[in-house]
Ligand binder design. Structure first.
Ligand SMILES: [Zn+2]
Ligand SMILES: [Zn+2]
Length: 349
């Protein structure tokens, strides 16, 4: 029995705590499923919305939360293949399936794209209504918290490293930025068989985390010029793949300078300044590929769920903190202030 009302963590104004409000449980369109939310990963963009207003939401109040998992609570009239009680992770990108980008498989950049918790009410609530096509089945042995963080924090670097840069076994990789995305990029690179994983980040704690997750070499750019250190670590060749999760001119340029002949640079960090790299003479001669990577597809989430289920990818250590919905503001504070150096924080219900 689905109740008529539910608690939801609503955002109204930048720099004000989210309000836990009593709101109606959303009604269902024919093609939608009502998900009883069990876990929601918090993300840097939540911090940007709440504390900085950097990622503006076009309407308020809005329920935040875009990394959901839960169980199916009800299904719309035309939904097939899903039943009450099914465990699911939810792709937070709402896509139309019919625009040019969707038809060519690029649902991550759907022309009608909306993101839960940013352009539509999100998952920091007891229930969430989403199109059935956004659901990914979550096996019993994958915890809800893991299913939740897969939907963005792990799927974004997965697309960047596995698909866009197409890292292959035996290659070397340098990862710039060891936040949530970069740390998962370390795990994904190892999983894909990278011969050497190098991580660059000015935060000592993050470098320790990266080493703990299997980075072979960590570089603090305040202590050691990263490009030189990467060249040295690769016998003067440079890395096959450099991945950027920061979004800064300087680090993107360092990535380009760090790659070997024929190297691939993939940029997943978002930023406002134009990309300013090496002169074309060098770029052309070295045959460098410069690739952008935005978001992920539902397929990426399905692949990651299976990797977690089979034990190939252990994400349980990535969730360093969990908080109940009532303490969502404290959870956001932990992420904002980096209290206890969190990797990923999940809100559980
Ligand atoms: Zn996110
Ligand atoms: Zn579309």
């Amino acid at each position: 029995m689905t109740p008529t009302n539910m608690r939801a963590a609503r955002f109204r104004e930048v720099n004000e705590p989210l309000q836990l409000e009593d709101v109606p449980v959303p009604g269902l369109q024919e093609d939608e499923v009502l998900v009883q939310v069990k876990a929601v990963g918090l993300c840097g963009s939540d911090v940007h919305i709440v504390f900085e207003g950097v990622t503006p939401t076009p309407f308020t109040p809005i329920t935040l939360g875009h990394e959901p998992s839960g169980v199916v609570a009800a299904t719309g009239a035309r939904v097939e293949g899903w039943e009450e009680g099914d465990r699911v992770a939810v792709t937070p990108l709402l896509f139309c399936s019919s625009c040019r980008n969707c038809i060519t498989g690029h649902t991550n950049v759907c022309l009608e794209r909306r993101i839960l918790g940013i352009q539509a009410n999100g998952a920091l609530a007891e229930y969430l209504a989403v199109p059935a096509k956004n659901l990914v089945r979550l096996p019993e042995n994958v915890p809800f918290t893991v299913g939740a963080v897969i939907t963005d924090a792990v799927a974004t670097p997965f697309q960047a490293i596995a698909e866009r840069a197409a890292l292959r076994a035996g290659e070397t990789v340098a990862i710039f930025g060891a936040g949530g995305l970069g740390l998962h990029a370390v795990q994904i690179s190892r999983l894909l068989g990278a011969q050497k994983v190098i991580v660059v980040d000015p935060r000592e704690g993050q470098l320790e985390r990266a080493a703990g997750m299997g980075a072979d070499l960590t570089i603090d750019p305040q202590q050691t010029p990263p490009v030189e250190a990467i060249q040295e670590a690769t016998g003067g060749l440079g890395v096959d793949v450099a991945a950027e999760f920061v979004g800064l001119q300087e680090t993107i340029a360092q990535c380009v300078e760090s790659v070997a002949m024929g190297g691939r640079v993939v940029v997943a960090g978002l930023g406002a300044d134009p990309i300013n790299i090496v002169p074309p003479t060098e770029f052309v001669r070295k045959g460098i590929s410069l690739l952008g990577s935005y978001g992920f597809t539902k397929r990426n989430i399905e692949q990651l769920v299976q990797l977690a289920a089979s034990g190939r990818l252990n994400l349980e250590e990535s969730i360093t903190h969990t908080f109940p919905l009532e303490e969502v503001n404290m959870a956001l504070e932990y992420l904002h202030e980096k209290i206890e150096n969190p990797i990923r924080i999940a809100v559980t219900l």
